[in-house]
Design a protein around this ligand. Structure first.
Ligand SMILES: Cc1cc2nc3c(=O)[nH]c(=O)nc-3n(C[C@H](O)[C@H](O)[C@H](O)COP(=O)(O)OP(=O)(O)OC[C@H]3O[C@@H](n4cnc5c(N)ncnc54)[C@H](O)[C@@H]3O)c2cc1C
Length: 408
């Protein structure tokens, strides 16, 4: 049995579902394929993961009809403090301080929990008749010719389209099948993710604390809870995994410090091996990659998901405009517009996170002094500070239309 759609999206994670909604919102029929069988998860139980959404991502989620419900679960970020230090000795006296007042109106961004973001996106997808769901259906084959791409699913269905969008995560088999190679770097670090409650309110403050073994991010969530992303060299991780909750909390508390009073662990701890994985090309014949399938970066800047959301907004714009002009939106000429638009952003972000991780994750005393002085200097130069804040909140130049809060 063969069916034809305007677009096939392979991978129904956060980025693939957002992509499907963006196309559906602009009148395209979409086949959304994911190897996992989906049931809308109920909202019980915190699973540790949370994301810092930039204000431009939030604007796009509003257009996609998702933010109205999601914002009830979101925690605004009003301040970000970045400092350098050694566990037990406290932060260096020099630090960067970003306040939402420096940017104009509104918060710097919002923290949302993975479980809410995923389930609200999924609910929206389920409500759209123009999105055909192929859940529990792995993509097994891809055959491309001059006019279309045909995709074979595990359940023996074949679906056809002018364009396949690869949103199948950092080990993208869709990219592999099209011959796209990747650059990968194993950071030999693990991201330990958990949530803690604390005596004093976080007041919407986010902290990034650079330690020689890797950064510790303390990010505000609703109800006085903070999400922790603690990056640690792999050599010390087995030990942390083997500790009881009480022992683990003691180790964390040394790094966390006492500024919020006593802390308590909320729920489980999760361990993610960290690596960089960048597709060498964003497009191939009748294929475009988005999200982690295109570029999985270090989580230290909390920008991986936002980068993927910018892919979604850019590809939706290029395909929609090409289609309106009667162009074949799956042809190379159109796909190259997407690739050229995205290349600068993705290369900048991956070089930035890669470099920051290298410079900050070590204990060289000269580097520590320079880092502290550098942060102190940036903190006192308003133009640089404002520029950094604009980038972090996704308000840089050349924003796709969806990210300004308007339909294409
Ligand atoms: C510790 C940690 C903390 C992070 N914190 C932040 C943060 O604060 N802010 C931020 O912006 N980002 C953050 N990130 C990054 C963010 O988690 C990722 O960028 C994002 O989840 C990627 O989403 P995705 O949809 O592209 O990929 P995935 O979530 O990997 O989804 C891929 C989907 O494809 C499906 N699939 C795979 N293969 C196939 C196939 N052959 N056929 C069909 N379906 C398939 C899978 O089932 C899955 O549903 C963090 C990452 C880590 C590791």
């Amino acid at each position: 049995m063969e069916k034809t759609y305007d677009i096939i999206v392979g991978g129904g994670g956060i980025i693939g579902t957002a992509m499907s909604l963006a196309f559906a919102e602009h009148g395209l029929s979409v086949a959304l394929v994911d190897e996992t069988a989906f049931t809308v998860k109920d909202n019980s139980g915190f699973d540790g993961r949370a994301y810092a959404l930039s204000s431009s991502t939030v604007k796009m989620l509003s257009v996609l009809g998702v933010w109205k419900e999601l914002c009830k679960t979101a925690q605004p970020i009003f301040e970000i403090k970045v400092s350098d230090g050694i566990a037990g000795r406290g932060a260096s006296p020099f630090f960067m301080h970003f306040h939402h007042h420096d940017m104009g109106s509104g918060p710097i961004g919002y923290m949302v929990e993975d479980r809410f973001l995923k389930s609200i996106l999924l609910k929206k997808v389920l409500s759209k008749r123009s999105i055909s769901k192929f859940f529990g259906s792995k993509i097994l084959t891809q055959n491309v010719n001059a006019n279309y791409i045909s995709v074979g699913l595990k359940n023996k269905t074949t679906i056809i389209s002018k364009l396949l969008v690869g949103a199948d995560g950092r080990s993208s088999s869709i990219a592999q099948k099209s011959g796209i190679k990747r650059n990968t770097v194993d950071y030999e670090q693990t991201g330990i993710v958990c949530a803690v409650s604390h005596e004093k309110d976080h007041l919407g403050e986010a902290h990034q604390f650079f330690m020689p073994t890797g950064p510790l991010a303390i990010l505000p969530l609703q109800k006085g809870v903070s999400s922790i992303v603690w990056t640690k060299k792999n050599s010390g991780v087995n030990h942390l995994e083997s500790l009881s909750d009480e022992e683990f909390l003691e180790e964390l508390a040394i790094r966390f410090g006492k500024f919020r009073g006593p802390i308590a662990l909320k729920g489980k701890r999760y361990f993610f091996p960290l690596s960089l994985s960048i597709a060498k090309n964003l497009v191939s014949q009748r294929l475009a990659l988005i999200g982690d399938a295109a570029h999985a970066v270090h989580p230290l800047a909390g920008q991986g998901l936002n980068l993927g959301m910018r892919d979604v907004a850019s590809l939706a714009e290029i395909v929609t405009l090409a289609r309106r002009c009667g162009e074949d939106y799956g042809m190379n000429e159109v796909l190259l517009r997407y690739s050229n638009w995205r290349d600068f952003d993705r290369l900048t972000l991956y070089s930035f996170t890669h470099m920051i991780n290298k410079v900050f994750s070590n204990n060289n005393s000269i580097l520590r002094t320079l880092r502290g002085l550098g942060m102190g200097a940036i903190n006192n130069i308003p133009t640089i500070k404002k520029g950094l804040m604009k980038e972090a909140s996704g308000q840089g130049k050349d924003l796709p239309i969806l990210m300004t809060g308007r339909k294409i």
